[in-house]
Ligand binder design. Sequence first.
Ligand SMILES: [Zn+2]
Length: 165
Amino acid sequence: MRGTYLGTADVWGERVKVYATMRGDFRDTLNDPERIVETVEHEHVRYGDVPHVSITWTYGTERELKRGDGAGGAGIAPEVIDALGSDRARRIVELADRWHLNTMRAGCAHQAVVWEDSPYGRRPSLELTEPCPVTGYRYGHAWLVEIPPTDVRAELRSLFGWTAA
Ligand SMILES: [Zn+2]
């Protein structure tokens, strides 16, 4: 599935079509909705009540897309977004950077992440990041969930052309 068509970019000497997909109705059907999870604010909520933001990209030439071997995944090359020149696509990138995988946060709302160099590049430090000053939660010891506000959800719905529920 290609997703929502955002336009065609002239980039790398090719005409590249760009699509973005947001998983339907903010639902994650892969995990148990009755499970109780902790928010980044340390509240406990039912997983099924947490809006789940999952945004992925598909892009490539018409020929690549027909063969099913376009590029994509969770990210999109910045050159493609620049060449596309679409405010709608730029805004989706911003919201995806901020909210994609909002049910898999390693840190809470009160922690300042300390980064360290590793053989795999820069990464958050499990040892150097201070525990939460409120609860003592240690970075990376759970997947916390971050609940996107109503206006963010409304904007995402609008950007993906979903009709209002
Ligand atoms: Zn905290």
